[in-house]
Design a protein around this ligand. Sequence first.
Ligand SMILES: N[C@@H](CCC(=O)N[C@@H](CS)C(=O)NCC(=O)O)C(=O)O
Length: 216
Amino acid sequence: MSELILYGFPVSPYVRSARIALIEKGADYHYNEIGLDHLATDEYVRLNPFRKMPVLQQENFVLYETPAILGYIDEAFDGASLQPADPKARAQMRKWIGISSSYLYPVGVMQLFLQRIMFPIMGNEPDETLVEHSANAIAQYLDVIEQELVDTFLIGNALSLADIITGAMIDYVNMTKEGSALIHARPKTAAWLSHLSQRESFKQSLAGLLEGKKQR
Ligand SMILES: N[C@@H](CCC(=O)N[C@@H](CS)C(=O)NCC(=O)O)C(=O)O
């Protein structure tokens, strides 16, 4: 198969999701690590006119939007399927992919994680009002995860794209002291995240910048 290239900044949970899926499938790929400044270049806009990451490229096939990338990775490569065959289960998986992008990312990543973890790395002071607001919002979303989890995985009894994208975002929430307390008050969610974070794919895809940054 022709060379597969993934572009993105390693801290991005969307980029990390794609890396997790590639590792889970055992796909051979080249990771082209780019910084946020690269999104403004003419070279990048030719790959993604919306200037977001990740982008997956395989010769003249260029794909952006994480749900599409995750589906392609699963379907184009051998290895255990990351999508359930049953239509209802597959629909539930897509529901979680939508929840992650529409609700978890804006509050859990762009507010709580950004303020608590990334701001100190960048030398900025967190906005405590925003931290409190986002922790309250994410608590409600964690309640939904806790109610829906029946077993080790979000859907059925196998790892799916739902666990990958939702897990990548909740893992970042768990790095914050507020998020960690909320997750550990929800035993099924805590056990689910603990299983995921022990997978090689989750360990190998953690950005070096974030190592040792989990708050205690
Ligand atoms: N809908 C896009 C969202 C991707 C996205 O928001 N990526 C972030 C990184 S986590 C990004 O590129 N941010 C740069 C920016 O908004 O300027 C997807 O599913 O891939």
